[in-house]
Design a binder for this molecule. Structure first.
Ligand code: BG6
Ligand code: MG
Length: 222
């Protein structure tokens, strides 16, 4: 059992894909005859595709048959895949590679803990796949965030005690999942939204390497 591991959420932490998810959901909403706003899209962060569609249909007050539901799930994902088709390393959020490089240099295991079923191809497109010792995504979890399952599987794969894991998250549900997993949670985004996080940063440019080093030291001492 190792003492320290780092787990990254994908959407909104490593890459800014929320805008593409938004465009794909908006297209579907418009086809179904209603509007879907950027503010409403906030509710979708960290939430599984299926749950997002349920919320979307609630917003539009639309009752769907199982067949329609399944068709719209596929349609949204095909549109999303078209938006991310040409993604490249320019879409990595600022200073993410600096943090990943530091952890690699210190031989600290790194995992991905994401609700997305598209995580692996996205990491490949932006050229970050090789940094990850384990990738846990929407294809492996049965319980969505805020359930801690995704992060507990990641810790197990890294062979790190959950209490030695540090999680970077941009979603309220993700912070709750990390806290329930007994891990150190770091909110990336608005502090007033991610108020349950143990630490908050607007983005990685605000997070000094000395802070990461101090987290490593703290967890080694646990
Ligand atoms: C999360 C996103 O990472 O993945 C959510 O924050 C998204 O907005 C979820 O719905 C599922 O993603 P995908 O790619 O499997 O549809
Ligand atoms: Mg996210």
């Amino acid at each position: 059992m190792k003492k320290v591991g780092f787990i990254f959420d994908l959407d909104g932490v490593i890459v800014d894909t929320a805008k593409y998810h938004y465009l794909a959901w908006k297209k579907l909403a418009n086809e179904l005859g209603f509007e879907f706003t950027v503010e409403q899209n906030e509710l979708f962060k960290g939430v599984s595709r299926k749950r997002c569609l349920e919320i979307l249909l609630d917003i539009g007050q639309i009752k769907a048959t199982q067949e329609q539901f399944d068709t719209w799930m596929v349609e949204k994902n095909l549109d999303y895949l078209a938006y991310i088709e040409n993604m490249d390393s320019s879409e990595i959020l600022p200073d993410v590679p600096r943090v990943l490089d530091y952890l690699k240099e210190k031989n600290i295991p790194i995992a991905l803990g994401s609700a997305s079923k598209n995580a692996r191809p996205i990491l490949k497109k932006v050229g970050l796949l090789s940094y990850f010792d384990s990738i846990v995504d929407g294809n492996q979890v049965t319980k969505a965030k805020p359930d801690p399952e995704v992060f507990l599987i990641a810790a197990r794969n890294l062979r790190v005690d959950p209490k030695g894991c540090v999680v970077f998250e941009d979603a309220v549900a993700g912070i709750e999942a990390a806290n329930r997993a007994n891990m150190t949670s770091i909110g990336i985004g608005e502090e007033n939204v991610l108020s349950e996080a143990h630490y908050n940063f607007k983005d990685f440019t605000e997070m000094g390497t000395d802070f990461i080093a101090s987290l490593v030291q703290k967890n080694l001492a646990k």
